[in-house]
Write a protein that binds this ligand. Structure first.
Ligand code: AMP
Length: 169
């Protein structure tokens, strides 16, 4: 089962992807998580992504595409995966098409979560408060100001068309 999960920040992609991954015994591949890990471990990739992520902007396509292309070749993704947060732009969707085609595989479905934007803002505030209350670290980009930028980046770049085309193949 190969799936992509799309939707605005705060829509619950991570939560749903975790459930789907468990249900189908496939890895949950979140580009946000991969980038945050790279930032935390101070790799070259992390250094390039850190400030961009802190501002809530999108990391350049070629970087994210390379990360995903490498990750889907890991053994655990051989029988499927659920991609969370990728593709986020048309060039990423086109690259995913190409990367899958050269491997002779294709997506089974693309799911887009739609959530009212006012509800998203309430959720983002709640997510930050909940993490703080539980003594967990709060994501630097989970605050209302950066969230606005993330939402704008989502709206401006989302590859809706391409995904619909991909899922029909
Ligand atoms: P997320 O955890 O999916 O909300 O992603 C957190 C941040 O990582 C985003 O605001 C972007 O800066 C970056 N990011 C994650 N996935 C992508 C992507 N597919 N393309 C560009 N930037 C990304």
């Amino acid at each position: 089962m190969r799936l992509v999960l799309l939707g605005p920040p705060g829509a619950g992609k991570g939560t749903q992807a975790t459930r789907i991954a468990r249900r189908f015994s496939i890895p949950h591949l979140s580009t946000g998580d991969m980038l945050r890990e790279a930032v935390a471990s101070g790799t070259l990739l992390g250094l390039r992504a850190k400030d961009i992520m802190a501002r809530g902007e999108l990391v350049p396509d070629e970087i994210v595409i390379a990360v995903v292309a490498d990750r889907i070749d890991h053994g655990d993704a051989e029988n499927g995966f659920v991609l969370d947060g990728f593709p986020r732009t048309v060039p990423q969707a086109e690259a995913l098409d190409r990367e899958l085609a050269v491997r002779g595989i294709r997506l089974d479905a693309g799911l887009e979560l739609e959530v009212n934007e006012d509800v998203l803002l309430v959720r983002i505030r709640g997510r930050a408060e909940q993490a703080a209350n539980q003594g967990q670290s709060v994501r630097h980009d989970d605050n209302p100001e950066v969230f606005e930028t993330r939402l704008r980046a989502y709206r401006a770049n989302r590859p809706r068309h391409r995904i619909l085309r991909v899922t029909r193949t």
